[in-house]
Design a protein around this ligand. Structure first.
Ligand SMILES: *[C@@H]1O[C@H](CO)[C@@H](O)[C@H](O)[C@H]1NC(C)=O
Ligand SMILES: *[C@@H]1O[C@H](CO)[C@@H](O)[C@H](O)[C@H]1NC(C)=O
Ligand SMILES: *[C@@H]1O[C@H](CO)[C@@H](O)[C@H](O)[C@H]1NC(C)=O
Length: 286
């Protein structure tokens, strides 16, 4: 009886150890992050006259622990520009996604693999993201595809609103439309308190920027956070964040995201359990 128990324990430990070392196992615990909104999320850092300068700061470098879901719905190692095959009408440059992922990894390596799901499209207004729209359906489809190989959707990073600053009525309706979008998304992703981290616009092409900012900063939905882009430098077009501004924004989003991550991190649980068994076996009782 004792020997049997002992064997079972050894078997279990070896099982967990092998799984722990396998890449598949780590992938199954992927932290899936959805990126959506307009051009600043898609990334225009380093884009001047419709050409990207190709500059990738250290904070945005590739890392084997950062993946990206391509337009063809396959996972690949992520690299800038993250939205190159998603937001295809304009030239993409650096957005906040890679800086976000690198910063999260640096601050909490125990999280494991980060799977980025780029979905942002430049110039889009909030109505174009409503439930049932092309963009909404595409987002849901990509999110579901992302879950196929295992993992958990950890957050939506949302940077949008510029297109809704032009007409007064749209600006007034923004808060309701935004809340509705978050609610619908959470319900369709079956994740009722999915963390949402959004960016408050610093300026806009339209006169009603303050109404939009107020809607973004004063959202009262649970687990919706807002970081403020005010003060971050813009490209000479005065319309898009620069590469270095995107790096800063990525770090701000990472800090806000890490506040939403429950501890202990789920992807680490089997390892901790394994250690627990080993500690248990070392007890004087045995
Ligand atoms: C990947 O990120 C981790 C955590 O920041 C870091 O320790 C590691 O050196 C990085 N790997 C590469 C190849 O940059
Ligand atoms: C949003 O964009 C669509 C497509 O460009 C346009 O038809 C619609 O009028 C816009 N709506 C708002 C509220 O700006
Ligand atoms: C990009 O973000 C900056 C900073 O928030 C904002 O001023 C600008 O209007 C945004 N541009 C677009 C096209 O969303």
């Amino acid at each position: 009886m004792f020997a049997f128990f002992w064997l079972m324990l050894l078997f279990y430990s070896s099982l967990v150890t092998t799984q722990d070392l396998s890449h598949d196992y780590v992938l199954q615990g992927k932290n899936i992050i959805i990126l959506a909104g307009q051009s600043n999320m898609s990334g225009r850092g380093g884009v001047i006259n419709n050409k990207w300068d190709g500059f990738v700061p250290l904070e945005c470098h590739r890392n084997s622990s950062i993946l990206r879901l391509s337009a063809g719905l396959t996972w690949e190692e992520a690299e800038e520009p993250l939205h190159r095959d998603i937001d295809v009408v304009r030239t993409c440059g650096v957005g906040p996604g890679m800086a976000f992922a690198n910063s999260v990894l640096a601050k909490d390596p125990s999280l494991g693999v980060i799977g980025l799901v780029p979905c942002a499209i430049g110039g889009t207004n909030i109505s174009e993201w409503r439930r049932g729209s092309v963009l909404y359906n595409k987002l849901i489809q990509r999110a579901n595809a992302a879950l196929q190989g295992g993992g958990i959707i950890r957050a939506l990073l949302w940077y949008q609103g510029e297109s809704d600053t032009v007409i007064h009525k749209d600006a007034e309706l923004y808060k309701g439309r935004l809340d509705r979008f978050f609610d619908d998304l959470r319900s369709d992703l079956m994740s009722p308190i999915l963390p949402v981290i959004q960016v408050a616009l610093a300026s806009g092409k339209g006169p009603f920027i303050e109404i939009i900012r107020k809607a973004q900063l004063e959202t009262n939905l649970q687990n919706v956070k807002c970081v403020d882009a005010k003060g971050l430098p813009l490209e000479p077009d005065e319309l898009h964040l620069t590469t270095l501004a995107q790096v800063e924004l990525g770090k701000m989003l990472a800090d806000a995201f890490l506040q939403t991550v429950p501890l202990p991190v789920q992807s680490n649980a089997p390892k901790r359990f394994n250690n627990f068994i080993l500690d248990f076996l070392r007890e004087p009782f045995w």
